[in-house]
Ligand binder design. Structure first.
Ligand SMILES: N[C@@H](CCC(=O)N[C@@H](CS)C(=O)NCC(=O)O)C(=O)O
Length: 205
């Protein structure tokens, strides 16, 4: 078995980093200097034409998009380790939260970033679009908070869906979003952060 993980610190690859740490699967780690254009070098673009991390190459197959990577690693390595459900409705529940993180929640967060952050030129910022994005984020936070009501973790017990979504919530905190009104979410996040794999990843980043 060969598994290579291409990553950059403080990036979306942090999700995959945590997923791999939870699984304890041995892999070769390749750091990509995305600020210096490392993900746009021809050798990298051959593996991921999007020029982005995370990227894994498993037994010769490049797989990009963090949601696909989490679901793939879960399916291949997570079921035996009780970190990902076997095929069936619970698998669907895990996929639902993972895809929602990147598509619905991720889209709202990226719209906010695009319209407010210093990474986008100020003349491209649009205050109305930023307000709409914020409203969408609050709606997602409400959905997540309600989804966690009466549950320790998204599926009841801890799975890679929690690792995936909690990493994304960490990034929202980093963006100074006020998450204090969401009691179930905060309690869940603390449980996720107490996982030994989370502590190990946090210590090296
Ligand atoms: N939808 C992708 C997004 C990945 C992404 O945006 N990666 C950024 C870092 S957070 C990147 O590699 N940027 C380098 C570039 O665009 O040059 C995923 O979830 O994997």
């Amino acid at each position: 078995m060969s598994l290579t993980f291409y990553y950059a610190p403080m990036s979306t690859a942090g999700i995959t980093d945590l997923v791999l740490e939870e699984l304890g699967v041995p892999c070769e780690r390749v750091k990509v200097d995305i600020r210096a254009g490392g993900s746009h070098q021809p050798e990298f673009l051959q593996l991921n034409p999007n020029g982005k991390v995370p990227l894994i190459v498993h037994d010769g197959m490049p797989i990009w998009e963090s949601a696909a990577i989490t679901m793939y690693l879960g399916e291949v390595f997570g079921v035996d380790r009780n970190l990902y459900p076997a095929t069936g409705p619970r698998r669907g529940e895990a996929m639902k939260w993972i895809v929602w993180t990147n598509v619905t929640f991720g889209d709202a967060a990226f719209r906010l970033m695009r319209n407010t952050s210093e990474w986008t030129p100020a003349e491209q910022h649009n205050a109305k679009a930023a307000d709409a994005a914020k409203a969408d984020i609050f709606n997602c936070l409400r959905i997540l908070d309600e989804g966690l009501s009466g549950r320790q973790f998204l599926l009841g017990t801890y799975t890679l869906a929690d690792a995936h979504l909690n990493s994304f919530v960490d990034w929202l905190r980093h963006m100074q979003m006020d998450l204090s009104p969401y009691a179930h979410l905060n309690a869940w996040s603390e449980r996720c952060k107490a996982r030994p794999a989370y502590v190990r990843v946090a210590a090296r980043s």
